[in-house]
Design a protein around this ligand. Sequence first.
Ligand code: UTP
Length: 271
Amino acid sequence: MIKQAIIPLAGLGTRLLPLTSVFAKELLPINGKPGIEYILDECIEAGIKEVIFIISEKKKMIKKYFYNDSFYKKILKKKKDSRISKEYKKILKYKKLIKFVYQNKPLGTGDAVLKTKKYIKDNFFLMLLPDDLIIKKNCSKSMIRIHNLYKSSVMASMKVDKKSVSRWGIYKLDKKIDKNNYFIKDVIEKPSIKTAPSNKAVIGRYILPKKIFSKLSKQKPGKGGEIHITDSIQSLIKDNKKFIAHNFSGKYLDCGSMSGYIKSTLEIAKI
Ligand code: UTP
């Protein structure tokens, strides 16, 4: 069973400047609700019991958002407002689930994941990248189902335009399991159109094995001098650890870029 999820939140969010110069991008509203709440709802609905947030001193406002009890209590004492009371209860429900760890230097996603090492209890855990919203169908839930069937690692996959492969992590696929699931032979970061082994891209949902931590602790910095989670995943695949690419059926929204963030708000407003 997958009971723990981790969410890296310690990045700088430069693609959303100037919004992120003083504000954490994960708290930016998408149709009146902070982006991170969509991610937490996905976790809760998928049966996750503990969520580990990797934050930094710079992004402490994320913790404050969930730990603002005295503020809410004062307001609710002054005015009996059922909407505020309901929102506060919702925040309390999230708070019970969340644990915080710190990555004060943004050395890369792999380094962020490594910070959770001592808190992971089971052999597998879920990781969600908060820039990637998947709506209409719970992607984590369907990935957990695949994990339970094959007892292997699972990563979310989506077909992208062939011309855009150089923007993504691209799968080299192995044996087909069924229409929506394939074993993975390799993952190639941002290949050129000519060298891309497919047009199936990695999207920010991963079921990873605890073994990834021993890879990460030895992982050398890769592209851009950062420690990338993908490099350790590649190394596990080379050791014959099974990884499945899962074609999810929900709708993907990219909230990490300015144009994507604006589009996400419009898309969610439609449903
Ligand atoms: P990205 O590199 O895509 O996003 O990291 P970013 O750094 O937040 O934003 P840009 O690229 O400057 O606009 C993917 C995810 O990993 C987290 C980020 O917070 C994001 O959720 N991350 C990244 C960390 O937690 N630590 C890091 O060192 C790097």
